[in-house]
Design a protein around this ligand. Structure first.
Ligand code: ADP
Ligand code: MG
Ligand code: ZN
Length: 734
């Protein structure tokens, strides 16, 4: 790579181009490294000033730098910023699907003329063939890969296209230096980035991830309503301050925001189900301090740069430590107060585990490992800052924490567990360093589970050696030994425990080992968290699309639309976004059979819609909310099968006749076929039956009142219409 001038005073350039007097952190060395043409890896927390690390060298180099960035919104933002700094609006451009043909032509002209120093592209744009040919003809100074963690499945926003970057860069030219930048990278993600981008002996710059001004706290979440109260109480102590509350589902975003508003807090929900205009306004209001507290699903925060967010609350445990770090990282970016509170509840964890279980195998293993790290973080009785930094590969002396985490502020009693550490290390070593924490704890406490028997570990001399102490004790011991680096987790092998050098020397030369036991969070059976987890918020745009599709399908099949799916089913779909027929059958009023018969087109439409609009679907949708058939319902079905008169069934069940009919309706509407002919033929003659049947065939809707108004002159009763409607649905829809 050539440098524009022989000797550049890059500090002067910083002043000239950006108006800053000094470099932050490692910026200067990073810029030098790029200017020398070295592959460079930058790990710097959010807000650290990564952009400048490639912007300045891009300006100072001959040719144009290509900057790969995952989001169109981020690209536009950065280009606007660069243009604002420079007198020349063509100094930076972006190339993506949002541009017109004419705009693309202009971008290419500016690149060829050499006016443009930085071109922002999404990885998808880079890999397009016509673009590749074009880039090949350019003088590319270097390629910067922003948000480089997207390359790793272990990062928090994996983007498969990032995997193809190396190939594309090699196609464009030889010896083009690469610079990878990210704000979150565990050692595993870091090595993925270096490997996948094929960085050649890169200069690596790691800034500390320690955010000294953030206070970390985990609270027990007994149940939803107490938690909401506790949140309101907390926020009341920070009047007028900005904060973000993260939740899992749209429903809780709406509910909690409402609770806050009722309590006099200026709050608003933010989630992907809202109209884009509403979302943009909510974001603006937050930045302009019209709104103090945002209650958001994870969709909120990317690209939000409010320096004085004073608190971040997690209503549910995040799914990984990366997510936690990223989200809590939005607090106190100005270096002042930033309080981070997470509500911890085993029910939430179970729910997330269920969600993970529904994923494909490869993701399942990873998802559960990431979640378990987060759980371990929640449970630890030791310094949270130390745990976090250890996770990101940094060592940390807890005396530096300065009571800036709950465990340091209110320390639990410490106990010396030297002998227990020895036992644990011995077991790990003797069992050939091939097992996860759970297994090791199981062996020590003498648990006869399937795995332990399969490995014949119940026959070893360690089996039950530590059964005098609880599992919780042993888990605490091992987790502390991990943080103290006596052992490590091999993340590529399912997180199995391996000895470290320090562990071996501890075995030879044991020392006192003081720990605080893990927290025990109370399990409250009644405290169902977030109820069923289903979203109750309807996406009106999708609802309309679904209605149109239903009309079309109904026409094709020659049946009324409500026979395909009833309105409440469409509403449920428009709130929960099922994208497989399996998921569709979880929608209220949709049976498996119906999902298969009519569902294909609907789930296709929803899938496309979800993709086009970047929707984050409610996480725990796959959990069926209502037990579809209770014992009572099953018994009704059996009685009808035996052709018992409906009056008798009602009597036997202690139901009023109309209530029995309602029960039968729910059974039929949820997709079960029921044959009432034996009864109907007794009460209605053939002609009457035909009249009612024809009515429903032609009717706009299936409302009983309207049918009754229409048919009462024929001498037909409300109940008879109700019976016939059941027959109609059963025959036509199920
Ligand atoms: P990151 O991408 O690492 O999250 P950015 O590149 O967006 O961070 O920079 C964060 C903020 O820091 C921006 O407002 C930027 O202008 C500012 N900044 C960057 N470098 C410096 C510097 N040397 N001096 C002062 N401010 C800086
Ligand atoms: Mg950035
Ligand atoms: Zn601490």
């Amino acid at each position: 790579m050539e440098i524009a001038e022989e000797r550049i005073n890059i500090k002067q350039a910083l002043k000239d181009y950006f108006g800053f007097d000094n470099f932050k952190d490692n910026q200067e060395s990073i810029i030098q490294s790029i200017l020398k043409g070295n592959d460079t890896f930058v790990l710097m927390p959010t807000g650290g000033g990564k952009s400048l690390c490639y912007q300045l060298p891009a300006i100072l180099s001959k040719g144009s730098a290509i900057v790969i960035s995952p989001l169109i919104a981020l690209m536009k933002n950065q280009v606007d910023q660069m243009r604002a700094y420079s007198q020349n609006p063509n100094i930076a451009h972006f190339l993506n699907s949002s541009l017109t043909k004419a705009q693309i032509r202009k971008v290419k002209e500016d690149l060829i003329s050499g006016e443009t120093k930085m071109l922002y592209v999404a990885p998808e744009t880079l890999t397009k063939e016509e673009n590749l040919e074009f880039f090949k003809g350019l003088n590319v100074s270097f390629v910067a890969i922003d948000e480089a963690h997207c390359i790793s499945e272990w990062g928090h926003d994996f983007r498969p296209e990032y995997r193809r970057i190396r190939l594309m860069v090699d196609f464009i030219g030889t010896n083009i230096p690469l610079i990878a930048l990210t704000a979150t990278a565990t050692p595993k993600v870091k090595s993925d980035i270096v490997k996948n981008l094929g960085l050649k002996t890169p200069n690596i710059y790691v800034s500390s991830f320690n955010r000294t001004n953030l206070y970390y706290e985990i609270r027990n979440k007994s149940n939803d309503s107490d938690t909401k109260k506790s949140i309101v109480q907390f926020i009341k102590t920070k009047p007028g301050k900005s904060g973000i509350i993260y939740v899992l589902s749209r429903k809780s975003a709406e509910e909690i925001a409402q609770t806050l508003v009722v309590n006099g807090i200026k709050a608003a929900p933010y989630h992907a189900g809202l109209d884009p205009a509403v979302r943009a306004k909510t974001q603006d209001d937050f930045l302009m301090e019209e709104t103090d507290v945002i209650v958001a699903t994870i969709a909120f925060g990317m690209g939000i740069d409010k320096p004085d967010v004073r608190f971040v609350i997690h209503f549910n445990i995040p799914k990984s430590i990366e997510n936690y770090y990223q989200e809590t990282g939005r607090a106190g970016r100005d270096g002042l107060e930033g309080i981070c509170i997470t509500y911890f509840n085993y029910k939430d964890i179970e729910k997330m585990e269920k969600f993970i279980r529904n994923k494909e195998v490869a993701k399942r293993e990873m998802g559960s490992q990431l979640l378990h790290e987060m759980v371990a973080y929640g449970e630890t009785g030791s310094c949270r800052r130390q745990f976090l930094l250890h996770y990101f590969g940094e060592s940390y002396d807890t005396s530096q924490c300065n009571k800036m985490c709950d465990n340091c502020r209110n320390p639990k009693a410490k106990i010396d567990v030297k002998d227990d550490v020895l036992t644990a290390l011995e077991v790990i070593k003797e069992l050939n360093e091939k097992h996860q924490i759970k297994h090791i704890v199981g062996v020590i406490t003498g648990e006869k589970n399937r795995d332990i028997i399969a490995f014949s570990h119940d026959k070893t001399k360690f089996f039950g050696k530590g059964k005098a102490k609880e599992k919780h004790h042993w888990t605490s011991v091992i987790q502390n030994a991990l943080v103290q680096n006596l052992i490590r987790k091999d993340i590529e092998q399912y997180g199995i425990l391996k000895m470290t050098e320090a562990g071996h020397s501890f075995l030879k030369n044991p020392k006192p080992f003081e720990i605080s036991l893990n927290h025990i969070f109370e399990i409250n059976e009644n405290g169902s968290s977030e109820d069923s987890g289903r979203s109750a918020i309807l996406d009106p745009q999708l609802y309309e699309l679904l209605k149109d599709l239903r009309k079309k399908v109904a026409k094709e099949k020659g049946v009324p639309p409500y026979i395909i799916f009833q309105d409440p089913s469409l509403e449920d779909m428009a709130a929960n976004y099922p994208v497989t027929t399996e998921e569709l059958s979880n929608i209220s009023g949709v049976s498996k059979g119906k999902a298969i018969r009519y569902g294909q087109k609907f789930v296709k439409l929803i899938e496309q819609y979800v993709e086009d609009n970047d929707i984050d679907r409610p996480v725990d949708f796959t959990i069926k909310s209502i037990a579809n058939k209770s014992a009572a319902k099953i018994s009704i079905i059996q009685n009808i099968d035996r052709q018992i008169p409906l009056e008798d069934i009602a009597n036997q069940k202690g139901l009023k006749f109309e209530d029995l009919l309602k029960e039968i309706e729910t059974i039929v509407f949820s997709g079960t076929k029921i044959n009432l002919n034996y009864y109907i033929n007794d009460v209605l003659d053939e002609e009457q039956q035909e009249i009612i049947f024809d009515y429903f065939m032609e009717a706009e809707n299936d409302k009983l009142d309207e049918a009754f108004k229409e048919l009462k002159d024929e001498g037909i009763s409300y109940e008879e219409i109700q019976l016939m409607r059941i027959k109609f649905f059963s025959e036509m829809a199920n």
